[in-house]
Write a protein that binds this ligand. Structure first.
Ligand SMILES: [Zn+2]
Length: 51
């Protein structure tokens, strides 16, 4: 997911959300507008290992 392209949900009371994820993070998306819930974006634990 490219952060520059995210449109965040602005619904005051979304009726429902659903979760999505990719290799690096997961986030919730609003079922009303299909936009990302800004506060929901969670990056997976970043280890100290170098890849
Ligand atoms: Zn919304």
């Amino acid at each position: 997911m490219n952060n520059n392209d995210i449109e965040y949900c602005e619904c005051k009371n979304s009726s429902a959300v659903y979760s999505q994820n990719d290799d690096f993070m997961w986030w919730d998306r609003c079922c009303d507008c299909n936009k990302v819930i800004e506060d929901s974006i969670t990056y997976f634990n970043q280890s100290d290992e170098d890849y």
